[in-house]
Write a protein that binds this ligand. Structure first.
Ligand code: SF4
Ligand code: SF4
Length: 103
């Protein structure tokens, strides 16, 4: 599993680089960039921090993803986890941050 950073959506805020436990994310021309995507172990910390949906997380075949990707966008306390399946369909799961410690 790994991520892909979509440069056209990146605003260079640096939040992803700040939270990556492996310091895998750097910058090129003020855009987030990974030199070694294979080193990513898929913790999704950067995906959750990116406010523009610029980081796509690949859902591997081992969990039934088959090339699907996941991005996160934010609307106040609500996180929208958007799963784009390989057939083009999209499923969105909304999570209220205020409820996140209830489970
Ligand atoms: S998913 Fe985790 S390990 Fe991979 S780049 Fe993002 S923060 Fe780093
Ligand atoms: S958090 Fe998102 S917008 Fe900010 S630098 Fe990283 S990829 Fe770019």
């Amino acid at each position: 599993m790994s991520i892909r950073i979509r440069e056209e959506k990146c605003v260079g805020c640096g939040r992803c680089a700040d939270v990556c436990p492996g310091t895998l994310i750097g910058f090129r021309e003020k855009k987030a960039h990974m030199d070694y995507p294979k080193d990513c172990w898929g913790c999704v910390s950067c995906v959750k921090e990116c406010r523009t949906g610029a980081i796509e997380y690949f859902l591997g075949a081992d969990i039934g993803g088959n090339g699907s990707t996941m991005t996160v966008t934010e609307d106040g306390n609500i996180l929208h986890w958007k799963i784009r399946k390989h057939d083009g369909t999209v499923k969105t799961i909304d999570v209220n941050r205020q409820d996140s410690n209830k489970y």
